[in-house]
Design a protein around this ligand. Sequence first.
Ligand SMILES: Nc1nc2c(ncn2[C@@H]2O[C@H](COP(=O)(O)OP(=O)(O)OP(=O)(O)O)[C@@H](O)[C@H]2O)c(=O)[nH]1
Ligand SMILES: [Mg+2]
Length: 151
Amino acid sequence: MKKLILVGRVAAGKTTLTQALKGEQLHYCKTQYINYFDTIIDTPGEYTEVKQLGAALALYAYEADIVGIVISANEPFCVFPPAITCMVNREVIGIVTGVDKPDGNVEQVRRWLKLCGCEKIFEVSSYSGQGLTEIIEYLREPSDAPDARPV
Ligand SMILES: Nc1nc2c(ncn2[C@@H]2O[C@H](COP(=O)(O)OP(=O)(O)OP(=O)(O)O)[C@@H](O)[C@H]2O)c(=O)[nH]1
Ligand SMILES: [Mg+2]
């Protein structure tokens, strides 16, 4: 499968999404470091939020085929500047997480992701499973089994 790196604020839902895409049972686990061996590279939110760590994300993006900017549906503001996608030479997709949240504003987050430069945007809920199939199919390569999923 294509390798996806997830970037986004603390509590954006990156780890929960990783677990859901892998078909694992959901459990809270604070991300402490970058493990770049798996199909999905999950990053700590601090790398997105702290300027001095941000450059590492651009470097780790080279380990992946696709970069996923993750923003939860109820985030109050966007930490990513406009046109940030040109900072990496990889395809960048947008992922709106937590679309099940009652206080979410999916349309607002879609606008932020478009401003970032994302052309393809997925809407998911790791809790309900909404939108997971679309991402898995997007990552699947022609040589993969039809039911292959990230490991
Ligand atoms: N309602 C709802 N809550 C979610 C969803 N995804 C994640 N959460 C909750 O949001 C919180 C943070 O999720 P994480 O996946 O740990 O967030 P993260 O982006 O990995 O955070 P860091 O590891 O700190 O960078 C947890 O309490 C999750 O249960 C979702 O789809 N719906
Ligand atoms: Mg995490």
